[in-house]
Structures are given as C-alpha cells and as structure tokens.
Design a protein around this ligand. Structure first.
Ligand code: GUN
Ligand code: ZN
Length: 431
C-alpha cells in the first residue's frame, strides 16, 4: 500500500476564473490548509486539522506558512533553446537566424538532445514548473528525447517535432511528406502514452509552404485528440512578411485557418498585434492565446493587451517562451505579465497571475481535468512557495497587510529561491 502524505501549509485553491468573476470568489488561500497525497494523485484538500484527524495514519510534512500551489504550467517553450537563452541584440527574424537555428541544428545529435532535455527539466523543476508545452526541433528524436525525459520523471509534457520546409537553413528543413510522416509516427508512439501529449507543430507560417500547412492540417483532422502549437502575430516585421508570403490571406490567423490549423486545441503563442477579426475568430473557435511576456519584452515584440483578450472570452495561458523569453521562472513571467498589462492601463491581481500560471495554462492545454488546481483526483503536481525567500522580499512582507500582498511581492521580486519544493505525480522532485 502506498503511504499517504499530508502536506500542511497555506493552500491556494480555485473556484472559478478570476478573469470572468471577482477574484475573491475564484481564488482562495487557506492559512491552515493541507493537501493529502495518495500515490501519484491528490486525495483531498481542506483544513489541516480536519484532514489530520480523518487520516491519522498519513505522514505529515509541515510547510509552515509556505504556500502550497498547483505546479506551474509553462504553455509555450522551446526546450532546444535552453543553452542559448539570453542571446544579445537581435529582433525576431535575425534572432532566429543568428542564434536559434544554429543551436537547433545541434539537435541532429541525439545525445545532445537528451542532454539538453534533462538539463531543461532540471532547470524548470527547480523553478516550480511541473508541466511544459515545448517545441522540439525538426528532428523527430528531439521530441522523443523530451518525451522520454519527462516520462522518467512521471511528468506531463506536451511536445512535437517542429515542421519547417522553407525559409530555414538546409539542415533544418523537412518536406511536406516527411513532416506529415514523422509527425504521424510520433503521434502513434506517444500521444496519450502515460502523461505524454503530442502537439502538431508548424513553427510559424513563414517557415512552412502552404502545402506543408495543408498536410499538417489534414494530419490534425485525422488526429483531433492532438494539440497544435504555433506562433501568431509576434512582431510587426514578421506580420508584414506573412502578408507577402500569403497574399491571399485575410490576415495572419487566416494563414492557419485556410489550411485547417485553427481550432480550440490550437495554441497560438504571442498573438500580440491581432486585428479585430482575428480576435473575434479566436474567441469564436476558442483558440488558445499563449502569453509570453518576458519574450515579448526581450525580443522587443510589444506588450500584449491580455485583459482585452480575456474580456472577449479567449482562453489564455502563460509561458516563458525560453529561449526567446529571458527566464525559466514562471514567477518572473507573472511579473512580466503584470508589467505588460500595466502598459494597457490594467493592474492584474496576484490571484489572476497565479491563475494564469496554473489553472489558466492547464485549461489552455486542455488538461484542466488533471492538473492546474489543488483538486481531489488531480495529479499531485505541486509547487511550495516560500513567501519570505530573500531579504528584499522579507522586508516587504514585514510591511504587508495580507497574504495576497505577500504573494504579489513574491511574484514581483521572486525567483527559484522562492521554490521550497516541487512535487511531480506525488513524488518530491526538488527541494
Ligand atoms: N517564431 C518562430 N519561431 C520562434 C521562436 O523560436 N521563438 C519565438 N519567440 N518566436 C518564434
Ligand atoms: Zn516560441
């Protein structure tokens, strides 16, 4: 029989979406809470005293005043860009050509892919991230390397072989047929195996011919259980390039829709400079917009008006977009999301930021039935946050009038030092 574990501390739970109802009604912190783990799953969430008396046999791990949260879910990353994060001085297209493509070419070597997959999961686990949706490189084995590394840790992961058949170096191009065949073979091997989810992955419209987009759209129609991940409307120069490559498209989103690549299981990274039509269409089909605020600042792409998209009813996730993003930390990413919304006159509440990094991203990935909140029956994927992790945070917390002020200070000033522990599928993975 597996031993029951009772983690006690402050617990953060969700009752609703704080972008569509007052945050106080949607997100709660229990100052004397507990989470009961049974094997890989959460068995119960409630008051520590009540759970202690109901489960006297459970082994207790006391986290004091630390905040037990659902593990962070990073809904758009490029694990192959781990080693070239923080590369200086370029904007999107020359950043891709100068730094990204040469690094991704190294993934032709399986051993290198395996090394980086392990390094990446070590780094993200140390930052409290328990699930990622990652682009791989064009090499099918780069997706397998991440699937295997995640499976070895019992970790949920979304990934897919990146597809590019134009506007990329020779050694990083596949073809219409090989993109379809290789993606299909990976779906057969990995989709739904354990905690693996396959995402059909056209990098973005400029690096796929219309024929390749159509082939991937057809593949998605054959495998509607899969996610589809790509980039949309990130930089103004990129958008102009898309218009010149697809002169008949109404807009950038239409380059996907015209090829069967628009749907509610579609994940559209960035989506900063959308037209009114694109916003309405995404809302209509419930396509997911994945907000990548540190990347948008780092590459100079712009500040997404996230509250405006939320008001339209578009489902939203949050992501680091490493290595275009400048941090592996979802705390730093929440801080950047706060700052981006400030550019548009909106102050996101800490409860909304925490929701985006957990339940919101889980919903974006269609995994909200098993991760993203402290709910009985969900996987026990947790992050435990020390709300006084550094001297600057501690002195701020000493002035704080509420736990939400503490949480906000940790979001704005915190990093991996705030991560007291990370739990993945009921096992302590860090801390
Ligand atoms: N657009 C196409 N590829 C990429 C990428 O790797 N990173 C970012 N930020 N944008 C992209
Ligand atoms: Zn990206």
């Amino acid at each position: 029989m597996t031993e029951m574990l009772l983690l006690t501390g402050q617990t953060l739970t969700f009752k609703g979406d704080p972008f569509h109802a007052p945050w106080e009604d949607c997100v709660q912190i229990n100052s004397a809470g507990a989470v009961l783990l049974n094997g890989t799953k959460i068995a119960a969430v409630g008051d520590a005293d009540a759970l202690k008396s109901a489960h006297p046999q459970a082994r207790i791990i006391s986290y004091g005043n630390d905040l037990i949260c659902p593990g962070f879910i990073d809904a758009h990353v490029h694990y192959p860009q781990t080693a070239m994060i923080a590369s200086w001085g370029k904007r999107l297209i020359d950043w891709l050509n100068t730094y990204t493509f040469p690094e991704e070419a190294r993934f032709a070597d399986l051993a290198y892919a395996e090394d980086i997959a392990t390094r990446y999961l070590d780094l993200t686990t140390a930052n409290g991230t328990t699930t990622v949706a990652s682009f791989a490189t064009i090499h099918p084995h780069s997706a397998e390397a991440l699937f295997r590394a995640a499976a070895a840790r019992g970790q949920a992961v979304v990934t897919g072989k990146t597809c590019m058949d134009r506007n990329a170096p020779d050694n990083l191009r596949d073809t219409v047929q090989s993109a379809y065949d290789d993606s299909k073979a990976l779906i057969a091997r990995w989709q739904g195996k354990g905690r693996a989810q396959y995402a059909i992955t056209p990098r973005f419209s400029p690096t796929s011919t219309p024929e390749q987009l159509s082939a991937l759209g057809a593949l998605w129609a054959e495998h509607p259980e899969c996610l589809m991940q790509t980039h949309l409307s990130e930089q103004t120069d990129e958008i102009e390039w898309v218009h010149s490559l697809f002169p008949n498209a109404r807009d950038y989103l239409d380059t996907y829709e015209a090829h069967g690549l628009l749907g509610e299981r579609g994940l559209y990274g960035h989506s900063i400079h959308l037209t009114a039509r694109e916003i309405d269409r995404l809302a209509e089909v419930q396509g997911r917009v994945i907000h990548c605020p540190t990347s948008n600042a780092f590459i100079g792409s712009g500040a997404l008006n996230l509250p405006a998209l939320a008001a339209k009813g578009i489902p939203l996730g949050l992501a680091t977009d490493t290595g275009g993003g400048s941090s592996f930390s979802m705390l730093r990413t929440m801080a950047a999301a706060y700052e981006a919304a400030q550019h548009h006159g909106h102050a996101l509440h800490a409860a909304q930021l925490m929701w985006l990094a957990t339940a919101g991203s889980a919903n974006a990935l269609h995994l909200a039935h098993e991760i993203g909140s402290l709910t009985a029956g969900h996987y026990a994927d947790l992050v435990v946050l020390d709300l006084r992790s550094t001297a600057p945070i501690e002195q701020r917390a000493n002035r704080s009038g509420s736990v939400w002020e503490d949480v906000f200070a940790t979001i704005m000033l915190g990093d991996d030092r705030a991560v007291r522990a990370t739990w993945i599928a009921g096992a302590q993975a860090h801390g």
